[in-house]
Design a protein around this ligand. Structure first.
Ligand code: 3PG
Length: 409
């Protein structure tokens, strides 16, 4: 669990007419070169507006995807260039954005020098340089070179000990952006000092990707609801024949340990929606988990399980959700996930509980259910949200805290 950390905020810094390096997360989902979800961009508005009001030159840095790094810019795969995002940024920020085709070097220095106060510049993908992921001090220093202050407004990248997240804080005064602060405030209030009953819902296909998460949560929460294909592994480890459903036999031992040592009540499916294939037109039926036969696979929770979950959620005071409980992208298997999304929205809106969701799939499910803005908080983070729930320290947040402990204001 991350303890509440102290770090500098924007309001602690002298920012008037300063050049501010802002780490943002523009690693947004795209299709055919177009941004398909602008949530991460919208989350930057408060920080960028604050900096524009301070007449600052804003220098945005981000990664996009996982390109091969190379010392020769001619070898950079342009499909990972951040240039494509400029029109979307300009539209959402309602401000012009100047793109600079590198993130270090004299070209960057010149562009910053020529820019007016206030202005917004966007530098090229950080990951085109090897030094970024290696947290190379020389690269971090180069990033810092032409600016006065560093702001981390990328909570969703703060689990990466990369130069633009960690190393750069050695070379500039460093503060948390408003979106990062907002993420931490909400996440801390749901696991550090929650109102009980505290319920976690964890779904997704592979238990192997969420073992640490389950291990941490089953010691912290009152009820742990497990759905999605990962529930099959726990059921099978408990001796239930899940037929052809997806499960991970190599994890039986660990699954048994979770079931045996859990302080939380673990709620697993009692009935499921099964089919032979995962398609829009699949012939599905509801069966007890003791009656999954033939070539049938479980793709969603059944009505009995859903109604049990609804009862738990109705009485919960705090709910954390990560991962869909069924193959919700396909209509015949969306009911479980949609029911949870709608119930969380309803109970939150009635003031019965505080609800926090995170992870790409859960957020997509909330959007499809039309309730994304009805939960207490929806995290923009995927991996960082998961690592935070696992109780791991986030290097980006720790770097800000280290800097704070060495700064007198
Ligand atoms: C994310 O999308 O979760 C962040 O941008 C981090 O991306 P990464 O997993 O490629 O480091």
């Amino acid at each position: 669990m991350i303890e509440k950390m102290k770090f500098l905020s924007l309001s602690d810094m002298q920012l008037m007419h300063k050049t501010v390096l802002v780490r943002v997360d523009l690693n947004v989902p795209t299709k055919d070169g177009k941004v398909t979800d602008v949530t991460r961009i919208e989350s930057l508005l408060p920080t960028l507006q604050y900096l524009l009001n301070q007449q600052a030159k804003i220098v945005l840095i981000s990664h996009f995807g996982r390109p091969e790094a190379d010392t020769n810019p001619l070898k950079w795969d342009q499909k990972y260039s951040l240039r494509f995002i400029v029109p979307t940024l300009e539209k959402i920020l309602n401000h012009s954005v100047q793109f600079v085709p590198n993130c270090v070097g004299s070209e960057v220095g010149q562009a910053i020098k020529n820019a007016a106060f206030p202005s917004i510049l966007l530098l090229e993908n950080l990951r085109f340089h090897k030094g970024e992921e290696k947290n190379d001090p020389f690269f971090a220093k180069q990033l810092a070179e032409f600016t006065n202050v560093y702001v981390n407004d990328a909570f969703s990248c703060s689990h990466r000990a990369h130069a633009s997240v960690v190393g750069v804080t050695e070379y500039l005064p460093a503060a948390a952006g408003l979106s990062l602060e907002c993420e931490l405030k909400h996440l801390e209030s749901c696991l550090n000092k929650p109102n009980h009953p505290l319920v976690a819902i964890v779904g997704g296909s592979k238990i192997s990707t969420k073992l640490e998460l389950l291990t941490n949560l089953c010691q912290k929460v009152d009820t742990l609801i497990i759905g999605g294909a990962m529930a099959n592994t726990l059921l099978a480890a408990d001796g239930i024949d899940v037929g052809q459903s997806l499960y991970e036999p190599e994890l039986f031992e660990l699954a048994r340990t979770i079931l045996k040592t859990s302080k939380a009540e673990i709620l697993l499916p009692e009935d499921v929606v099964v089919a032979s294939e995962l398609t829009e037109t699949a012939k599905s039926e509801v069966v007890s988990i003791h009656a999954i036969t033939g070539d049938k696979k479980a793709f969603d929770l059944g009505p009995k399980t859903i109604s049990k979950i609804m009862h738990v959620l109705e009485n919960a005071k705090t709910v954390v959700w990560n991962g869909p409980v069924g193959a919700f992208e396909f209509a015949p298997f969306a009911h479980g996930t949609m029911s949870i999304a709608k119930a969380l929205a309803e109970f939150t809106q009635k003031g019965q509980c505080m609800s926090v969701a995170g992870g790409g799939d859960s957020v997509a499910a909330l959007s499809i259910a039309g309730v994304k803005d009805k939960l207490s908080y929806v995290s923009t983070a995927g991996g960082a949200f998961l690592e935070w729930l696992e109780g791991k320290p986030l290097p980006g947040v720790e770097a800000l805290a280290r800097k704070y402990s060495r700064t007198s204001i």
